[in-house]
Design a protein around this ligand. Sequence first.
Ligand SMILES: Nc1ncnc2c1ncn2[C@@H]1O[C@H](COP(=O)(O)OP(=O)(O)O)[C@@H](O)[C@H]1O
Ligand SMILES: [Mg+2]
Length: 321
Amino acid sequence: MNLRDIIYDESIKFILSGGKGGVGKTSCAGAIAVLSAEYGLRTLVISTDPAHSLSDSVDQNLSGGDVIKIEGIENLWGMEINTEKGMKEFQENLGQMQGPEVEMASQLMGGLDSMAPPGSDEAMAFGKMLEFIGDPNFDRVVFDTAPTGHTLKLLELPDLLDSWLGKMLTLRQRISSMMSGFKAFLGGGMPDEDDSWKMLQQTKEKIRAASIALADEKLTQFVVVMIPEAMAVFETQRLLSSLNKWSIPVSNIIVNQLVPENPSCPFCTSRRRMQQANLKDIRDLYHDLHITEVPLFDHEIRGIDELRRLGKILVGEADTQ
Ligand SMILES: Nc1ncnc2c1ncn2[C@@H]1O[C@H](COP(=O)(O)OP(=O)(O)O)[C@@H](O)[C@H]1O
Ligand SMILES: [Mg+2]
C-alpha cells in the first residue's frame, strides 16, 4: 500500500506519523489529516509529542487537552494531549479509590505514588489513544507522535501496562480474599465490589483491544518520516526494528526536505549531492517499503492550505519539482 492507498482507504482507522525530531512528523500528520477530512472522513488529529507543534502547524490553538474543531475545513478536529493534566486526573482517580484493599495495596507497594503506572507521560498519551480507539465519532484518527525514543516507550506500554494491571488485580484479589476471611471471622459480610477495580479490569481489556488494533494492518499504518541524512537513517533503522517487534504495520517512508536542483547555488548543489547519495542508500536499504520524496519548500508549512499542498505531494497529485 502506498500513501495514496492508505489515505483514501476508509477501513484504515489509525495513521501514525513518527521519526526523529524536526524531520516533518507534525507537518505530514497534518497533511494526511487534511486530505482525510477533505475526502469526507470525520478525522481527528492528535499530537502525543510533549513538545507540541500541531497548533502551529494548523495555525490554531489546540493546547487545552480537549478535542477542538479545526476552523476553515469540514470534518477535521484536533487535540494536543496535555500529559500533566492527564496525570493529575489519573492521580485524583487513584486517590478516590477507597476501601481496605486500597489501603493495604498502597502500604504493600510503598504508597499510592508507587501505584502509578509505568512511563507516566507515555501512559497518558496511550490512555488518550485508548479513548479514541473504537470511538464511533471519528472515521480516522491521525497520531502525530513524539520523536523516536518517546514513541518507542509509548509502543511498549501496552505490554508494561498489561503486566502492571495484572499485578494490581492479582494483589487486589489476594487482599480481598484475605479481607473477606477477616470479615467472616469478625462476623461481617463480603467486601463490596469496588468500581475503581472494575475500571482497572476494563482498562486492561481496552489495552488488549488497542494492541490488537494497532497491530492490524487493515486498521493501522505507521508512516515513518525522515530526512536524507546519515543520523536520520540510523534512527529510522531503530524505529523500524521496534515497530517490527511490536507488530505495528509500516509500509511507507516519507523522505522530506530534499533540496531542489539549483546549478547556480554551490551550497545547494553540494547539499543536494549529499542528500541524493543518502537517498540512494535509503532506497537500497528499504527496497520493500514505498518511499515518497518531498522537496524542501522555500517557506514554512503552516495552515490548512500549506498542509493540503504537502498532502498533494504525498498522494502523488502534485509536481515534486
Ligand atoms: N518540506 C519542507 N519544506 C520546508 N519546511 C519544512 C518541510 N517539512 C517541514 N518543514 C518545517 O520544518 C519545521 C519542523 O517540521 P515539523 O513538521 O514540526 O517536524 P517534527 O514534527 O518532526 O518535529 C516546521 O517549521 C515545518 O514548517
Ligand atoms: Mg512535531
